[in-house]
Design a protein around this ligand. Structure first.
Ligand SMILES: CC(C)(COP(=O)(O)OP(=O)(O)OC[C@H]1O[C@@H](n2cnc3c(N)ncnc32)[C@H](O)[C@@H]1OP(=O)(O)O)[C@@H](O)C(=O)NCCC(=O)NCCS
Length: 166
């Protein structure tokens, strides 16, 4: 398996794979592929990683700049998506490992909204006073690279449609 940056030729496959993977998630909004398109159109994809196997895109991870409270320099990971037929084969783990390696060089930490049962294995956890309005606190997680605990609201890029501004 190869983890690499997206190319122009990947764009239709990324949209299909994100849509298909997220359909398997009960809390999916069905808008995740269009969020990626909006981030791309706004040149806001800090990372756009494709997992490729035998010439096929089987997994995808996006990251974009985010703020926590008044603190800039965070990276928001999401969406992370793996083709349903390829779940539980280590593709999500490989994408996350590469993303964290790269983000350590550019960001003060990574944050995301997702299932703690999955993201806990990468070191993500919730913190008191850290969250997103309307989300259960345990699903809003961060991995500070400098050990400093995040505090305040996790502010996504406007492409996520959460009525917030970075
Ligand atoms: C979540 C997702 C990205 C995981 O990718 P994956 O390639 O299937 O995951 P991996 O094979 O790297 O899994 C690593 C471990 O996590 C476990 N795992 C996978 N999905 C999990 C989940 N949803 N909850 C808890 N554990 C999970 C696997 O069993 C595996 O554990 P093991 O090493 O003890 O066997 C993938 O299942 C997916 O695309 N799901 C639909 C979209 C989604 O939920 N995206 C995240 C949005 S928050």
């Amino acid at each position: 398996m190869l983890i690499r940056n997206e190319t122009v030729g990947d764009i239709p496959a990324i949209s299909r794979l994100v849509t298909e993977a997220l359909l398997t998630l009960a809390q999916s909004t069905g808008t995740e592929a269009s969020i990626v398109e909006k981030l791309r159109a706004d040149s806001a994809l800090a990372l756009s990683l494709v997992a490729e196997e035998k010439g096929e895109a089987v997994g995808y991870l996006a990251a974009s700049a985010a703020r926590i409270g008044t603190q800039d320099g965070w990276a928001l990971i999401g969406p992370l998506a793996v083709l349903p037929s390829r779940h539980r084969q280590g593709i999500g783990t490989a994408l996350m490992a590469e993303a964290l390696l790269r983000l350590r060089a550019t960001s003060r930490g990574a944050a995301l909204v997702g299932d703690p049962a999955y993201y806990g294995r990468f070191g993500f956890r919730s913190f008191p006073g850290f969250g997103v309005a309307g989300c259960p606190p345990e699903v809003v997680q961060a991995l500070p690279f400098d050990g400093i605990e995040p505090r305040g609201e996790l502010i996504h890029h406007p492409a996520f449609g959460l009525d917030q501004q970075v």
